[in-house]
Design a protein around this ligand. Sequence first.
Ligand code: T3D
Length: 259
Amino acid sequence: MTILVETRPNYRVITLNRPDRLNSLNTQMHEELMWELDAAETDEECRAILLTGAGRGFCAGQDLQDVQVTDGEVPDLRAVLERYNALVRRLRGLRMPVVCAVNGVAAGAGANLAFACDIVLAAQSANFIQAFSRIGLIPDCGGTWFLPRLAGSARARALAILAEPLPAERAAEWGLIWRAVEDDKLGEEALSLVARLAEGATVGYALIKQALDASEANSLDAQLDLERDLQQEAAETPDYAEGVRAFVEKRAPKFTGRR
Ligand code: T3D
């Protein structure tokens, strides 16, 4: 199996599992990862996901030993890229929060897969590398969209063109990730975060994801209208009533995550 899954009562831990190749993605891994994300989405009990990697790396992007480069033949990467695009769309569109625990190097599409997740923690020793230009490519897997939005244009350009390793702490300072944590605390912190999210107002989280993604292309006017409509949806969930009741009664809310 290229993907390991641990199913906890209300969340899943999905681990990229090709450690000898720094969890780089081949066709089988793409298929298995997509299958697991679909399975989590359709499991009503599942309310959060933790994505991480086995071994010393998080993900080194495309498995370069799996690509065919033949002299005199024009390569066609479009089918490969469609698989990455489908993964990014799936992660962004999931009806639950996805925490990413970057346990080691995240290179190429591996870095951008992490940026597609909702909350990214990284081990202090981890690096993010837009490795693409080292092999004559451009950042894909959403890289040219995420980088300028997260880090600003100047940093995005330098990261993409220079392909230098960006240490986790600097990635956090620059706003590319949520937090860098001590290496030996990463697992514990990531599990505690995903467990907390799995008890939260799941529908509200999904609507937050939707609103923030839409804001990237919306005017303030359009975004205000969207907020009005999504807030109405949130207010129609039992979790809104429970949240207000719990506040008034000065107790912790017990959210169901249901509509
Ligand atoms: O088809 C297409 O190309 C289109 C799709 C594009 C999407 C992309 O993601 S393009 C970018 C692809 N990724 C890269 O270019 C990164 C390649 N890897 C590296 O530059 C380095 O491995 C790292 C900087 C990530 C880590 O360096 P280091 O020194 O810590 O480890 P290492 O020794 O290079 O790697 C350890 C092993 O993993 C090694 O195998 P070995 O020699 O022990 O048998 C290495 O070959 C393997 N490995 C690492 N990355 C990949 C890989 N094997 C296949 N594909 C990889 N991407």
